[in-house]
Design a protein around this ligand. Sequence first.
Ligand SMILES: Nc1ncnc2c1ncn2[C@@H]1O[C@H](COP(=O)(O)OP(=O)(O)OP(=O)(O)O)[C@@H](O)[C@H]1O
Ligand SMILES: [Mg+2]
Length: 331
Amino acid sequence: MDDNNIILQAKNMYHIYESLSLEGNVVALRGLNVTIKEGEAVAVIGPSGSGKSTLLKCLGGLMKPSSGSVSLGGKEMIRMTGSELVKLRQETVSFIFQDSNLLPELNALDNVAQPLRHQGVMPGPARSKAMELLDRLGMGDRWMGVPEELSGGEQQRVAIARALITKPKLILADEPTGALDPITSREVLELFERLHEEEDVAFLLVTHNRDVAYFCERSLELRDGRFVAQHGTDFDLSDLSESRELIIDETGTITLPPDLLLKLGGPGRFDVPDVDRDTLQLERVEDDKIEVSSQTKRILSSSCPACNHDYGESAEQLCPECGSSRPMVQA
Ligand SMILES: Nc1ncnc2c1ncn2[C@@H]1O[C@H](COP(=O)(O)OP(=O)(O)OP(=O)(O)O)[C@@H](O)[C@H]1O
Ligand SMILES: [Mg+2]
C-alpha cells in the first residue's frame, strides 16, 4: 500500500485501564491494527463494552494507548510534543463524542465557532461560518441556547457542527446519531455522505445504526478488544453471520464470534488436516467433542442480560434495545 495515502494507522495497540478495585485492571484493547486511507469511511461495530470508545480515544490522541503506535497523517503521535500534537490534531482530525462535550458556558453558536477561533480566525467570519453549519443541521433558530438549555439531540447537532467547521480530513465519531430521531439522523448522514463523496473526508464511525454502517465502505466488528471480522457495505446489523469475513491478524490470532463457536459445537481442540495458501480446515478431535457436547450444550441466550429484551426466534447477536452482546448459556 502507498503509505502517502494513509491518514490514520495503528499498530499492535493495547489499552489497559488500571484499577485498584477487586475486579482488577481492564484490558480494553488487545493488539489492534487499523489502517484508514485518505477519504475512506470505516464503521466500527460491536457490543457494549467491546472497546469502541477506547479505540477512538486512543486513535485520536486523546488517550495514550498502553502500548503500540498510532500515526496520524504519516506522523507518529508518540514522538510528538504536546503542542505539536495539538496542532496536528487541529489541522487533521475532529471528534464527535458519545456525550457531546460542549463548553457549558458558551452558546451553541460560540461552541461551533470556537475551533476556528483557536486557529486564529476573527470572531465575525468564525461566527458566520458557524451559523451556516447550524442552519444546515436544522439548528439555525437555536443558536442562542447554552448546552443545558438544549436537548440531547440538539447538543449532538451542535457537536457535529463544531467538528465540521475546521474542514478536517478525518472525522472520528462515537455514535454520532445515537441521540437523534430518525429524520434528523438521516439529515446528518446525508451531510456526512456529501462530505465523504464531494470533499473526500475520511470517517471512522462507531455505530449501532445500520444506515451509518451502510454509508461506510467497510465495517470492522470489535469484540472484547479485538477485531474479529470485517463486513462489506451491504449487511444486516442484526445478523452479522451472513456477511462476516473473519480476520486472522499478524500474530495469527483468530477470535470466533459466539454464533460461530456455537455452530462449531463449542470450544475444544482441533486437528488441522489441510492448510493451503488461502484455506484453513479444522476438524474437532473426537474425544473433545464427546466431552464438550455431553457436559455443556450451549445455546444463544433467549433474553438480553442487560435489559431483558426478549430475542424470541431471532438469531440476532447484538441486542437491538441496548447493543449488548448476546451471550451463550447452558441449554
Ligand atoms: N475509565 C475507565 N476505567 C476503567 N475501565 C474502563 C474505563 N472506560 C472504559 N472501561 C472499560 O473498558 C472496556 C471498554 O470500554 P469502552 O467504553 O471502550 O466500550 P464501548 O465499546 O465504547 O461500549 P459502549 O457501546 O457501551 O459505549 C469496558 O469493559 C469498560 O468497562
Ligand atoms: Mg462507547
